[in-house]
Design a protein around this ligand. Structure first.
Ligand code: HXC
Length: 519
């Protein structure tokens, strides 16, 4: 063969490899409204930046006539490229090759990019669309999964890991995404479950559809497995780019500064009127977050799960900040099991990747009742407390209104090593609300008052007395638990200046192998 012929052969082989499982299957993929593995990568990365690895790898299986079912690259496309000029490593399962099912060699390809990402300190993005372990390979496919899982675990807290689910994700396939930082799923075509509807029916007798068992909406709203529910793949690929813009490349770096023209000393009169005079009236905490953030931008995480707490990313003065905020307009912003888990995980992500935390507090307490106790509210509440207490990134807390009881302690109070604690004049920092407190303190006295009207009057007087004394920020400020009571309209400036003053913060925890966070 001449040199020219050899080059032509290379070009032909590349063309063949790029077709994955062949044109018919590519057409089938498009007919379902899905992109191919390579199309997804092209749309995700900066134009022309993709460098592919292992295009010529094929599987080694000989069982069940597999010698005749070989495709170059096998069922995954891997490599690296850039997003906004920063290096990322990516693997994208190719459903056109044996349903993207995982072979030993595919696992080897995926592990290679994960190892490279760890070596250079770059994020790992996995795009999933697969039928799980390659059945013909048996135990080597299972071993391949475990190789990937181990790398997910070791990369956790070292480089950001993001999983997009754009098709089936079943059996062994679900656990790699579950070990990563963020999962997103498309409304059409994507589902995640450990066992599918047929197995469910056989084992438990339950009749359930694929969507109800593991569709995007179920995982974004009920289980909390998925952080984002997407209309389509394009939205997901753009979201990955946006998410990464708030993150550093690895745990030794800081997130990039993205300056805007939004002045840091912008005054927001709307914040002076947002808290209703009636303490039982709700308001939308999202409005507060949008008002505080640079250009009003808030990238909300877990939007449809545990809506009584909000978590997500903003920038303040160009710096990436993780926000955790009670939401008074949903379940009065109460802390329950799901809200505690949701917030704890987010706090730990931010802490692992040097993203400062802003906590906005308006919480009436923990949700009472047997349902919550049986579901382990003690453990889950402790988890959020643990996450805050362990976090060493700069932490600023602003109490807008209620901050009662155990929830006050949990929501990044001063003693959990929050760096700066501010309160608005509307703050109510106390052991509990006036009504509950008076029932406990004055119950005996009130039971002796026979006339109901008199009893009501007595209770109202005592509640007023309690409110005067406790439903304000000044008691806590008098103890130094609140550093300053601030005018709401001035909050953006005070928070940004606070974070600026904390930029050189250095704190460490006592040496240990790792803590034992209540799971
Ligand atoms: C080998 C597979 C496969 C698999 C799909 N294919 N899944 N090959 N191993 N796991 C092949 C099909 O045989 C078919 O090949 C091609 O991929 C496309 O699949 P279809 O079934 O035609 O596609 P579709 O109708 O869209 O259905 C997709 C699907 C279905 C729902 C994912 O294929 C399916 O149910 N697959 C099995 C899912 C499963 O049970 N996985 C769990 C594996 S055990 P041909 O050549 O015929 O077109 C596991 C445990 C690991 O993962 C535990 C680790 C901790």
């Amino acid at each position: 063969m001449s040199s020219q012929e050899k080059i032509k052969k290379l070009i032909d082989l590349r063309t063949e490899a790029k077709l994955g499982g062949g044109q018919k299957r590519v057409d089938g993929q498009h007919a379902k409204g899905k992109m191919t593995a390579r199309e997804r990568i092209e749309a995700l990365l900066d134009e022309g930046s993709f460098e592919e690895f292992d295009m010529f790898v094929t599987h080694r299986c000989t069982n069940f006539g597999m010698q005749k079912k070989k495709f170059m690259g096998d069922g995954v496309v891997t490599g690296h490229g850039t997003i906004d000029g920063r290096v990322v490593y990516v693997f994208s399962k190719d459903f056109t090759v044996l349903g993207g099912s995982l072979s030993e060699t595919m696992a080897m390809k995926i592990c290679k990019v994960m190892d490279m990402a760890m070596k250079v300190g770059a994020p790992i993005i996995g795009i999933n669309d697969s039928g799980g372990a390659r059945i013909q390979e048996g135990v080597t496919a299972l071993a391949g999964y475990a190789e990937i899982f181990q790398r997910n675990i070791e990369a956790s807290g070292v480089v950001p890991q993001i999983s997009a689910i754009f098709g089936p994700c079943a059996g062994g396939d679900v656990y790699s995404p579950a070990l990563t930082d963020f999962i997103m799923m498309t409304e059409q075509n994507s589902y995640m479950f450990v066992t599918g509807p047929k197995v469910v029916k056989t084992v438990t007798g339950e009749d359930i559809t694929v969507e109800d068992l593991g569709g995007a909406h179920v995982h974004a709203s009920k289980s909390g497995v998925s952080h984002f529910e997407l209309e389509n793949e394009e939205e997901g690929l753009l979201l990955i780019r946006k998410l990464l813009s708030y993150m550093p490349q690895n745990n030794l770096e800081e997130a990039p500064i993205v300056s805007t023209g939004d002045p840091i000393d912008r005054m927001d009169d709307v914040l002076n009127t947002i808290i209703p005079d009636n303490p039982n009236m709700p308001y939308d905490m999202k409005e507060v977050i949008h008002t505080l953030a640079d250009d009003g931008e808030f990238l909300e995480v877990h939007r449809n799960y545990a809506k009584n707490i909000l978590v997500g990313f903003v920038r303040m003065g160009g710096q990436s900040v993780g926000v955790v905020a009670n939401q008074p307009s949903f379940l009065a912003g109460v802390l329950d099991c799901d809200a505690s888990r949701k917030a704890a995980r987010f706090v730990r992500f931010c802490d692992a990747f040097n993203i400062p935390l802003l906590t906005l507090v308006d919480v009436p307490g923990f949700l009472p009742g047997s349902g919550q106790e049986y579901a382990g509210i003690i453990t889950h509440g402790a988890k959020l407390m643990f996450a805050y207490g362990e976090a060493t990134v700069p932490k600023i807390t602003v109490t807008l209104r209620k901050s009662y009881g155990g929830a006050h302690d949990v929501m990044s109070c001063k003693q959990l090593k929050s760096d700066l604690n501010y309160a608005w004049p509307s703050a109510e920092i106390a052991v509990m609300g006036a009504k509950g407190a008076i029932e406990v303190l004055e119950g005996r006295a009130m039971s002796k008052i026979e006339d109901p009207e008199e009893r009501k009057k007595y209770a109202a007087e005592k509640e007023n007395e309690y409110t005067e004394k406790f439903s304000n920020p000044y008691n806590a400020a008098a103890h130094g638990y609140i550093d300053d009571v601030i005018e709401p309209r001035n909050s953006r400036f005070r928070i940004i200046r606070g974070f600026q003053s904390l930029q050189t913060k250095k704190t460490s925890l006592p040496p240990k192998k790792h803590g034992n966070i209540p799971l």
